[in-house]
Design a protein around this ligand. Structure first.
Ligand code: ZN
Ligand code: ZN
Length: 365
């Protein structure tokens, strides 16, 4: 787990307790898997954390007791339950004399909420959004190191795949080879299903790889990321099979300029919306505004899509230490698409780019 883990985990818990006391919460219940892992170190797939001002408890079942004892950060205690997790939580609420308990509004089901309310009787169950997510938005040096490592594996997979791109190779084979390469080099898994979209299929921003063989002149959009110790990478490059047409070249240059403008705009204190606008304006001026239908980027960490967002709805200032993508694209139905995506760390005076692969338009055959 490396040096400094105890301090790192303690600092997360301290910050969460700070937010809880600001919001006058006696306790919060954390069940969303990435949130649970972030606060406690526990990577199992079931269990609930109950965090009060002076206690940190993981309630889980017998399948996870040993794993929890191995993984949980110092100061946490494990409690097992047999039948209903809500009953175990209710007992804790009584023992700790809680008046209220915050739950993750973006995660718990209505059914769970009702059961918890009934089991906990006099305790106010308060739905809250983004408590832990707001902490996760700012990465510590350990997290940045893991994400950089994931980015490096992505770069290696990209440089490897260039040798395979030629007419006749199906998209699926390229996607498999990208995933295989990342895993072979040490990724735990791919952060999401690898996207390979060639020719007119490139107009679908989230295309699933098909059996379509590459054809001369195709633009090929490849979007992928590795997972390292739970932390995700995310990058996109678009290359050409053989010679690029004048139109392909023009659109590539527009996206490339928009991406550079987005990167230049990233710095702590600016809003995600501002940064999005800078890149979007380049695409609009070039006449392709209607063909860039998604936000400029998103936070990346334990989840591949997390806070903060670089989009028209991103009205909060970007925090220093956030890790975000900058990924403008142009998608023309029936023709194809171009997207270029880098992973960057938000710093006080700009951004630090983690993705190192070239962004020149490569013409491969
Ligand atoms: Zn991506
Ligand atoms: Zn992305």
């Amino acid at each position: 787990m490396g040096e400094g883990r105890v301090e790192r985990m303690q600092s997360r818990l301290d910050k969460l307790r700070g937010l809880m006391s600001q919001q006058e919460l006696d306790a919060c219940l954390i069940m969303q898997p990435e949130n649970r892992r972030y606060i406690s170190g526990f990577t199992g797939s079931a269990g609930a954390l109950v965090i009060t001002s002076d206690a940190a408890i993981l309630v889980t079942d017998f399948r996870y007791i040993t794993q929890a004892q191995d993984e949980l950060t110092e100061g946490f205690v494990v409690e097992s339950y047999d039948k209903e997790i809500v009953d175990a939580i209710a007992t804790l609420a009584r023992n700790h004399r809680l008046k209220n308990l915050a739950v993750e509004a973006d995660y718990v089901t209505l059914r769970f909420y009702d059961k918890l309310k009934t089991a906990c009787g006099g305790v106010d169950i308060l739905p809250r959004e983004g408590l832990v997510e707001s902490l996760r938005a700012v990465k510590d040096p350990y997290e940045i190191e893991k994400i950089s490592e994931a980015a490096r594996l992505g770069d290696e997979a990209f440089s490897h795949i260039l040798g395979m791109i030629k007419p006749g190779i199906p998209e699926m084979d390229i996607a498999l080879e990208i995933e295989w390469t990342m895993r072979k080099k040490g990724a735990l898994r791919a952060a999401f299903d690898v996207i390979v979209a060639s020719g007119s299929r490139g107009a679908l921003p989230h295309a699933k790889p098909s059996h379509r063989p590459l054809e001369p002149g195709d633009l090929v959009v490849m979007d992928f990321g590795a997972v390292v110790d739970g932390y995700c990478g995310d990058m996109t490059r678009t290359v050409c099979v053989g010679k690029a047409s004048a139109k392909a070249r023009e659109i590539y240059q527009v996206v490339s300029r928009a991406q550079a403008a987005g990167l230049a705009a990233v710095r702590a204190g600016r809003t995600g919306r501002d940064v999005d606008c800078e890149a979007r304006e380049i695409i609009r001026e070039a006449g392709y505004g209607d063909y860039f239908g998604h936000g400029l980027g998103h936070g990346v960490g334990l989840a591949v899509h997390e806070s903060p967002r670089l989009s028209q709805s991103g009205t909060d200032p970007l925090p220093c230490g956030a890790v975000v993508t900058v990924e403008p694209g142009i998608y023309i139905p029936g023709w194809g698409g171009v997207r270029i995506e880098d992973l960057v760390v938000v710093r006080e005076t700009g951004c630090q780019i983690l993705t190192r692969s070239t962004k020149e338009l490569l013409e491969l055959d």
